[in-house]
Design a protein around this ligand. Sequence first.
Ligand code: XMP
Length: 528
Amino acid sequence: MTDVATTSMAPAAEPRVSTEEVVVLDYGGQYSQLIARRVRELGVFSELFPHHVGVEEVARRRPCGLILSGGPASVYSDGAPALDRRLLELGIPVLGICYGMQLLTRDLGGRVEAADVGEFGRSGLRVHDPGRLLAGLPAEQTCWMSHRDTVFEPPPGFAALASSTASPVAALEDVERGVYGIQFHPEVVHTPYGQAILERFLADVCGCERTWSAASIIDEQIARIRAQVGEGRVICGLSGGVDSSVAALLVHRAVGDQLTCVFVDHGLMRRNEGEQVISAFRDAFHVPLVAVDAQDRFLARLRGVTDPEAKRKAIGEEFIRVFEEEAARLEGARYLVQGTLYSDVIESGGGTGTATIKSHHNVGGLPADLELELVEPLRALFKDEVRRVGAELGLPERLVWRQPFPGPGLAIRIVGGEATRERLEILRNADAILQDEIRRAGLYRELWQSFCVLPDIRTVGVQGDERTYGSVVVIRAVTSDDAMTADWARLPYELLEQVASRMIAEIRDVNRVVLDITSKPPGTIEWE
Ligand code: XMP
């Protein structure tokens, strides 16, 4: 991620013509992206914009509904993000969530005050009058709250629908005006009826058509890609990850053999990964593919490099060099496919400057002077949608559900030392055992990532009555939604035992296996 100081730009994923849309205005809440994702899961396209994007920008999309997100501010604090009243005059139904509801309440004449106690986490919701928004849902339900200010009285003309332990008014509506509010977060899984409430809003209040699906995304993107590239030649750098794979397949569907994929094997991948990519693309999909075996080049470039950032830099630069050489061979290529996702678009348009914790040299991150025009068919999609599109396009399950893998690969998992051929082999073998056992236990998809780390140290052991002095393998497995935060996975003891004994028995150099039980924060997912 780069440091971006612009907040005024709307991170637009092109306006849509063919699909109805719900606009989500982001007031800085933790779950704002999730709201847009949930709306899309219900079959309605949704985009997230900074709250100050401007009423014209919202109106231009002719949305069927508008959602105001939660946010960390108090409506009474200095500089608290405001509501542009003209948004309420567009004739579009509005749903305020948490801060969004408090803003609506205060601005329309209700009473919002700081309560003595805040309400954080699970709470019991009692529905007194289901109204339109909560129609057909249980009178008592659990919901997820995170607020200090509280609505005590709805604005004139509004009905109070529900309350919770600490919120006298936890849901309200004015059907005439088309304004709705809920204090809790329907988008998180801890609100079991959250998705049903969003569905009521979309279907019964907004009357949105539910046409957004993997199939509609494919049709739309194919049309766009054809319009953009015409008869031109297109290059795509394949990494083996789900994003570049799906982007490549979409482009291939759209323009066939005008596309050439370039797969650079830097020798830093996991066991068999390179072969899987080559066989899926070349043999199964018949996509023109140039596979470059650059293992020796990368190993030579990594000789003597131990500093983590220096490793990333060396790998990133070498990747660009190899890719440029291949691109130069493809005469007349004018377009370059990139697997940019909607979350990248949002993050680069909305941030106020984030500290660079690690420089993420995405392999595939190419320099601007390559003079190729970008084709970004995933620019409007969240990761889960990319997976659905991949499955719909027939991408093998192994590729669709592949856990994230860093561009610099296994090299940044050899910690405190140089990534040599021998160490990479030890790590690759250990990793293969871990993946094998995790898949066998049916846990692969539940984990955000599971991998091994090889620190550059040796410890003493005893095997077959002999003293050994061997390598230590660290097991790292985490659960996460987005890699911003992560929890260490509670892997079953039996699984850990099986993994450890296999590693020590099957990998000659390994005599000790340890488990990393650090969450993020304070740790990061990778070790360097
Ligand atoms: P950290 O270690 O910062 O990682 O918690 C967050 C996510 O990013 C991945 N990661 C990388 N991806 N190039 C990449 O393409 C990199 O240099 C890199 N470093 C970390 C990491 O695997 C995790 O999913």
